[in-house]
Design a protein around this ligand. Structure first.
Ligand SMILES: Cc1cc2nc3c(=O)[nH]c(=O)nc-3n(C[C@H](O)[C@H](O)[C@H](O)COP(=O)(O)OP(=O)(O)OC[C@H]3O[C@@H](n4cnc5c(N)ncnc54)[C@H](O)[C@@H]3O)c2cc1C
Length: 397
């Protein structure tokens, strides 16, 4: 097998979200398309996404939901292949789905519905997928295009599309190949780091908060740049949950976060009123209507939490409000690529066509999906970027 040369019009590295979408579109145009992937299964990240239900897009998508050194780059692709276009395909396949908070669309049944839809479209478009295929070398283009050496033989192609994703979850076959190819062709790469990732806590905080593991609270989490209003989740390692994952993409090591655990409550007003109405009632009974008692004890201590309201001054009320509504927490770090949903940074978009995703450095070379310096918020935005960028390349490769 290793002596064989396979000629293709389009060779795509990566059989997951962006690669499959690009393949479908190119195949529909009559192009001869082969996808290579070193995994033993296509679309592993699709299958594990959204807790197995794949948050495949969002009803409200705009450039402001993405992080990139070039904030305009994603606009063209997102408008040419929008969330509505992907929803139309999902509807055509009668895939049941529902909207969760903030416009997030999830499958009712399973993420495999989305993967099966893409694989079925690939089949219709005559796309060939080669799994368990290890790429050993990519040769510089000549008149015949690119030459790719792999564990299953040599491929020659006119268009080479890199859809190999970022670095998150190495166990799910993530690899730096995309960045290496970009470097080979003289592309600039912005430093990469884990995004949408849980925080670990300093040893002292971990001791206090680990016992709250499993508690989720609707909160507002802020740093100097951004604020997110969603759930946070205490875990045995630190902090997770949507609002934490969102802010992690904007967090710098050493930075302190502010968390409002009761964003909708006027704590001062409530405690003053209750103090005059029910002076003997304990603080934890009043606040226990809004927050789990375990959490109140960890934050306020047993003595304060058990105090009757009449024994607490208004100044103390103000301190309590501050503790719960302006909680200052300095994470120790993040859980890293092991659990991060995405990779921040990546291939500099200034060197890529925003319309076609073609490299400005090498004719016929394309980069799509997460390998580019475009990172979405939590909420279906990363898949929408994969669909949109894959679709755009698929029109021209
Ligand atoms: C746990 C988890 C949950 C997520 N949930 C959501 C969600 O619900 N909604 C959302 O929008 N986003 C979600 N994401 C993010 C989303 O999965 C990615 O942004 C998206 O899959 C990126 O698509 P991609 O095609 O660029 O790369 P990937 O989906 O990462 O695909 C890259 C492909 O390239 C292959 N590959 C890599 N290296 C090589 C190599 N050296 N040789 C050959 N093949 C290679 C891989 O095997 C893989 O098949 C989640 C991510 C994770 C990790």
């Amino acid at each position: 097998m290793s002596g064989d040369i396979t000629q293709t019009d389009v060779l795509i590295i990566g059989a997951s979200a962006s690669g499959l979408m690009c393949a479908i579109e190119a195949g529909k145009r009559g192009r001869n398309v082969v996808i290579l992937d070193h995994a033993n299964k296509a679309g592993k990240k699709i299958l594990m996404s959204g807790g197995g239900r794949c948050n495949f897009t969002n009803l409200d998508v705009s450039a402001s939901n993405f992080i990139s050194h070039n904030s305009h780059f994603c606009k063209s692709a997102l408008s040419r292949y929008s969330q509505w276009d992907f929803i139309t395909m999902v509807d055509q396949y009668h895939i049941p789905y529902h909207e969760r908070d903030l416009g997030k669309l999830f499958c009712d049944v399973s993420a495999s519905d989305i993967l099966n839809m893409l694989l079925s479209e690939c089949e219709k478009a005559n796309v060939k997928i080669r799994l368990n295929c290890h790429i050993t070398a990519i040769e510089e283009p000549d008149n015949t295009g690119f030459s790719i050496n792999t564990s299953v033989g040599r491929f020659q192609t006119t268009s080479l599309v890199v859809a190999s994703g970022g670095l998150s979850i190495p166990k799910m076959c993530a690899s730096p190949l995309g960045y290496q190819v970009a470097e080979q062709f003289d592309h600039h790469i912005w430093p990469t780091s884990p995004g949408l990732v849980p925080f670990t806590l300093q040893p002292h905080d971990k001791e206090i908060f680990a016992e709250l593991s499993g508690i989720a609270v609707d909160s507002i989490v802020s740093n100097a740049h951004k604020s997110f209003s969603e759930n946070i989740l205490f875990t045995h390692r630190g902090l997770s949950g949507p609002a934490i994952l969102q802010i992690s993409s904007y967090w710098q090591p050493g930075e302190t976060l502010e968390i409002n655990l009761l964003p909708k409550l006027d704590i001062m007003g409530l405690l003053k009123t209750k103090q005059s109405e029910q002076p003997n009632i304990q603080l934890k009974t009043i606040l226990g209507e809004y927050l789990p008692k375990r959490l109140l004890l960890a934050f306020l201590g047993e003595d304060t939490a058990s105090s009757p309201l009449q024994t607490l001054s208004h100044a103390r009320f103000s301190e309590i409000a501050q503790q719960l509504q302006q909680w200052q927490i300095k994470p120790n770090g993040t859980e890293g690529y092991r659990t991060a949903e995405v990779t921040l940074g990546g291939i500099d978009c200034d060197e890529i066509s925003s319309k076609t995703m073609q490299s400005n450095k090498a004719n016929g070379l394309y980069f799509i999906g997460e390998v580019l310096d475009v990172t979405g918020w939590l909420g279906g935005y990363n898949f929408q970027w994969a669909w949109s960028s894959g679709w755009c390349a698929g029109q021209v490769v």
